[in-house]
Design a protein around this ligand. Structure first.
Ligand SMILES: [Zn+2]
Ligand SMILES: [Zn+2]
Length: 150
């Protein structure tokens, strides 16, 4: 999800600030779980976060990871990615963005599309109800899979 060291410490910093602002206690477990979410490059599932965190906290249970992720979501520290495969995946990038999904390696990448974001939904769905957040998923094959495919 993030690659540079500066960005990583910036994200950890804003995580701790957000916890304080929202009255969520900062525990070692929570820090390790958030770190795992940050370090994972593919919008991880709870199971993936669990196997990462277990490397540092051997005694942690899957249930604790589930509950902590649910708490993070409840407090708006992460977002659930609803629309990609069957497993719930989580996103630490809270800014308005969209996803590129490789159908081969299942890699999910963030991208930004301000032109789309500012576009009004079509008139034909005006009567549907209240529109929330518009998200785009672009399916295809990433360049490295495409390369291997040749
Ligand atoms: Zn791929
Ligand atoms: Zn994302």
């Amino acid at each position: 999800m993030i690659d540079s060291k500066t960005e990583f410490s910036f994200m950890m910093d804003s995580f701790e600030k957000a916890c304080k602002a929202k009255g969520l206690r900062i525990t070692h477990q929570r820090i390790e779980i958030f770190k795992a979410l940050l370090k994972h490059t593919n919008h991880p599932t709870t199971d993936e976060v669990f196997s990462q965190v277990r490397k540092h906290l051997r005694t942690i249970s899957l249930d604790t990871v589930y509950r902590t992720i649910a708490t993070f979501e409840e407090y708006g520290l992460i977002k659930r990615v609803h629309h990609i495969d069957n497993a719930s995946r989580f996103d630490v990038n809270l800014s308005e963005h969209h996803h590129l999904v490789c159908s081969r390696c299942n890699k999910i990448e963030d991208f930004y599309w301000p032109d789309f974001d500012s576009m009004k939904p079509p008139k034909s769905i005006a009567g549907w109800g209240k529109i929330g957040f518009k998200r785009v998923v672009i399916d295809g094959m990433c360049s490295s899979c495409n390369e291997k495919n040749k």
